[in-house]
Design a protein around this ligand. Sequence first.
Ligand code: PHE
Length: 471
Amino acid sequence: MAGATQHAHWSSKWAFMLAAVGSAVGLGNIWKFPYEAGQGGGGAFVLVYLIFVFVIGVPMLVAELSLGRRGQMSPINSMAKIAREEGRNPLWSLIGWSGVVGAFIVISFYSVVGGWTLAYMAKSAMGAFSGITAEASQATFLGYISDPVMTIVSHVAFMGITIFIVAKGVQGGLEKAVTLLMPALFALLLILVLYSAFNGDFVTTLDFLFNPDFDQLFYKETVLASGEVTRHFSLDTVLQALGQSFFSLSLALGSIMTYGSYLRRDVNLGKSAVIIASADSAVALMAGLAIFPIVFAYGLDVGQGGGLVFMTLPIAFGQMPLGGLVGTLFFALLAVAAVTSAISLLEPPVSYVAEKTSMSRRKVAITMGVAAGLLGVLSAYSQGSNLLSDVRIFGVNIMDAKDFLTNNIMMPLAGMFTALFVGWFVSRKAMMDELALEDRSFRIWYFLVRFVSPIAVGVIFVKIIFDTIAG
Ligand code: PHE
């Protein structure tokens, strides 16, 4: 039965684009981007972020898609196959391993936060935020993440949805889900932006997001013990923007490489990468346009970090007309975005194990999903004052430790080696052949991927390691 074992393919370019945009658009855009922009001073962060997306992110997307399509297998076997074809060291397949293992770790805690979005959708629908005060909102969030039963119920629900979709395969599961969910996501987002434009402080938001104050980008203020405020030069925000651009484009975790492996030769990778990056940035900006008008109109704190969406926004939902409905729609949007990213995180490990064993895809999806789910329980229990919140790994809780390992170590290393591999260890001719770009575009891409990407990513990595050792 050759047909049954043959590697799956997308049924159309459109299906691939929806799936890739679905992978890119996730909690990173709607939860992380607004709070990072808020902490990074708004416009300047946004501008630098966009530059990174297009100068470093797009070439990296092209690199990963091309490796996946050339390999036509899971990231591990694709990397091994291409290294063999190019007469290179088999150890290059470690890039694939890092992606597959990294994606497995990330899905384990991504699903926990995905569960929060489901729980908050339900809370909002049941009117839990009506008239809520800032203290009560904070207490609600802390109470929820500290609850050993509720956090697991929502984590299991979210992981269950993800497994269900992945189990059904590329065309029957992934494609069907994204064709349904992506239009719903865009519609929800548009409704929320319009709502905020008419009911929130849109003018302040536009100024905040699009009028860069570069001082905020390069200087950090520290309050000394004496109460005196000092300013010093710092690249933290710039590096944060670079890291965020990688995460938001789903780079360096094997997801994009796996989606590339389901592509046929007739898709133009350069054009696809530009569309994916544009759609991803557009959603991040629209999320900002939906959230900040409410934050400003209700006098809430823009720089309050990870709690912005779960602790701050409910206060506004509780006060505004139709707030229960708007809040429910908002968390539904977040849940949809998270699900289409989660399937792309479960996909790399599933594609590898399905290749390696004779188990059916369904069985593999369930096995890997349940295993990641169990690992995720540790993350869920590490939050608030939940059962394992006292456990410290190198000084941080379990969820933060997994985030640090993947986001700060595995992803920068995998990203840097991917760029080096494609730029220096695969023949120029093979890449020209794979990309089929016109001469000038190819030269620009080749320059970016050989020099700019590895150096930029290398710098982040060194800085992270330096900060960790110094701190
Ligand atoms: N890009 C997704 C987001 O913004 C997260 C993700 C990262 C998904 C890496 C897959 C791979 O939430």
